[in-house]
Design a protein around this ligand. Structure first.
Ligand code: ZN
Length: 657
């Protein structure tokens, strides 16, 4: 475990709170300590209030902030005096506690304080750090875990039996702390949950955390369980995209909304999912309660979604009977799937969520395997897990997400996506919550957007093998295909038929027509598995209804593509796939409109380039964005009952009208 404290860097932070934020970020950037919003930290500061009186304030991590990126504004200031009085109560319900914490902050705009606020307040140290360190939960989640923890730490830590986070945990900690703490106490281990460290300074608390967790790591190394067996097994080379799209459709159906399903076929994931004992070790529960909402109680083994959801429903019904309040079931779909051929698949409402689930489960696989080697992985009972999974505070967090965006959980493929209309379509789809795979010959496609819901692949769509490989990558990354935007195309220089070479004609046909036939054919089996129906938008051209002289190859290729799309609409309607066509005209911010093309086209009509740009009924300029916004909407509910429509985006063209 690396100590990341840096004196030169720390010197930039003068106040107690600034240092609190700094050392919290050090904890947050080590994924073996905390993952995605997990863990929390605090500092107690005495400061004058409005009346000039000195007051003790607890600055504790606010909800919605991640330790990795937290700043001073991410800490909620709560009056210590009130917190200590609350700690003395016999009972305090969750809603009461949340209300009391919010009502006793000194800054009304601060985020909601952590649910561990009262616990932080009760620990008699200025700085308190809390993580769910992998090495510590590896040891606590074994039979005899408590004995091992005492063996590792002696009297330097207080040991707390598992209690669900919240007010009751704070009370138990206060009691145990009074009983167990001594002069050497520098931390506290919470069985099946994580670890706290304390200090008079930010540095002391941080370095104690590093030291304590390092002791647990050293223990695991001494016991010879650190190294995880990772058999270099055969990775399946066969095409998996259809199987994955089927799996994603079934998971989406179980969830009740379209999901992203990401597949990890790395050595570690395959080795874990192929272990002989995977049926036992993967079905105990998560490593720390913090993970349960993201990962669900247990992963699905294999691909039988129905069996999994039935078992989940049973688990819910059994435990909901015992629950004090009436609970509503979350969706019964799995979030983690282990399969000997696929390795690890993770499920999320969007690409970011699926990645978070993967990161959590990659750590979980290590924890489970080390704990198994140490003597057996022992998670919480299903009663305890249910209590956390269906905890009102956790459910409230889920609800706070609000209405998901239009294309949440859906996947789009855009060809010719590096510039012009294709790039604008990518932006329009991303803005509506879709995950987008962009294809283009231009290598710039790879780094066009740096975000988890975008994947840019350098690909010649007229090369069928390359196109099929790209589809395979698309489905392994996101799970399937819901929307296809056929945009890639070329617009050759003006050429009268009398001098149009056959090779030139064929080149245009190959890219503008043949490549799209192959794409449609290969995408069809995926589109028909789209949970909410598939949709295709073809970027056609004004040249279809109103061809221009000198553009024979282009006009013929787009007209043939138009006819192909209409036939597809007839053939695919029964598969709930819609295919609609846009006919843009004179969109000048695209790569096919080079200065040459622009001038020669304008000349064809005897106009200047400026006149040519707005040469339409509405006297308006048509941009890539105008086309893209309409293309994106055509994929959505506005066009749910429309297929084979041809819509002009041209400002009104007299020849078309
Ligand atoms: Zn915790």
């Amino acid at each position: 475990m690396k100590n990341l404290w840096n004196d030169a860097e720390a010197a930039h932070y003068q106040t107690d709170l600034a240092l609190r934020a700094y050392s919290s970020r050090l904890l947050g950037c080590d994924k073996s300590l905390v993952l995605h919003g997990g863990g929390n930290t605090s500092v107690k500061i005495r400061e004058p209030n409005l009346f000039g009186e000195e007051e003790d304030i607890l600055y504790v991590k606010g909800s919605g902030w991640d330790l990795e990126t937290i700043e001073e504004a991410g800490f909620s200031p709560v009056r210590m005096n009130h917190l200590l009085r609350l700690a003395g109560l016999e009972v305090l319900s969750d809603p009461q506690m949340v209300n009391e914490l919010m009502a006793h902050m000194t800054k009304s705009s601060a985020p909601a304080p952590s649910i561990e606020t009262i616990l932080h307040a009760c620990l008699p140290f200025k700085y308190v750090d809390h993580t769910h360190a992998d090495a510590v939960v590896t040891v606590t989640n074994t039979p005899g875990g408590e004995v091992r923890i005492r063996e590792i730490y002696g009297d330097t830590v207080v040991v707390i039996p598992y209690v669900m986070p919240g007010f009751d945990l704070a009370r138990v900690c206060v009691g145990e702390f009074a009983k167990q703490a001594g002069a050497d106490t520098i931390g506290m281990v919470l069985m099946n949950h994580g670890i706290f460290s304390f200090g008079a300074t930010a540095r002391e608390a941080y370095e104690r955390m590093i030291m304590l967790v390092s002791h647990a790591e050293d223990y695991l190394k001494q016991k010879n369980v650190w190294q995880i067996p990772c058999l270099p097994e055969e990775v399946s080379r066969k095409s998996l995209r259809l199987e994955l799209a089927v799996l994603r459709k079934e998971v989406s159906t179980a969830a009740g909304f379209p999901v992203i399903l990401t597949t990890y076929m790395d050595d570690a994931s395959l080795a874990f999912s192929r272990r002989d004992d995977v049926v036992v070790i993967s079905q105990q529960g998560p490593a720390t309660p913090d993970h349960i909402i993201r990962t669900k109680r247990i992963p699905m083994l294999g691909r039988d979604v129905q069996a999994y959801t039935q078992a989940y429903q049973q688990y819910f019904e059994q435990h909901a009977l015992h629950a004090r309040e009436k609970k509503t079931m979350l969706d019964a779909a799995p979030r983690v799937i282990l399969d000997p051929e696929l390795g690890l698949c993770t499920v999320g409402r969007n690409a970011k969520d699926a990645v978070i689930v993967a990161e959590i489960y990659q750590h979980t696989m290590e924890i489970i395997q080390r704990a198994t080697a140490l003597g057996g992985f022992l998670a919480l009972s299903t009663d305890e897990l249910f209590a956390v999974e269906y905890w009102d505070l956790e459910q409230a967090k889920l609800k706070k997400g609000g209405k998901p965006p239009l294309f949440s959980g859906q996947i789009a493929l855009v060809t010719g996506a590096a510039s012009g209309i294709g790039k604008a379509c990518t932006e329009a789809l991303l803005a509506r919550g879709a995950a987008v795979v962009g294809l283009d010959l231009d290598p710039a496609i790879a780094s066009l957007f740096k975000r988890g819901d975008y994947l840019g692949l350098c690909c010649d769509v007229s090369d069928e093998n390359a196109m099929v490989d790209a589809l395979e990558v698309c489905v392994k990354t996101y799970g399937g295909l819901d929307m296809l935007i056929l945009n890639a195309g070329i617009f050759p220089a003006s050429q009268p038929i009398k001098s149009l070479a056959t090779d030139e004609w064929r080149k245009v046909m190959n890219i503008n027509l043949d490549a799209n036939l192959a794409l449609l054919r290969e995408c069809h089996p995926l589109l028909r598995l789209a949970p909410e129906g598939g949709s295709v938008v073809v970027i056609g051209s004004k040249n279809v209804p109103a061809p221009g002289p000198g553009a024979a190859a282009y006009s013929a290729s787009k007209a043939a593509l138009n006819q192909l799309a209409r036939v597809a609409a007839l053939e695919w309607g029964a598969d709930n796939i819609r295919i609609n066509i846009l006919h843009p005209n004179a969109v000048f911010d695209t790569s096919i409109w080079t200065e040459d093309v622009r001038q020669s086209r304008a000349a064809q009509y005897g106009l200047s380039v400026e006149q040519y740009k707005k040469n339409n009924v509405l006297k308006t300029e048509v941009t890539s964005r105008d086309v893209a916004e309409l293309a994106a909407e055509m994929c959505g509910p506005l066009f749910a009952k429309t297929t084979a429509a041809q819509v002009p985006v041209d400002g009104g063209n007299e020849r078309v009208i």
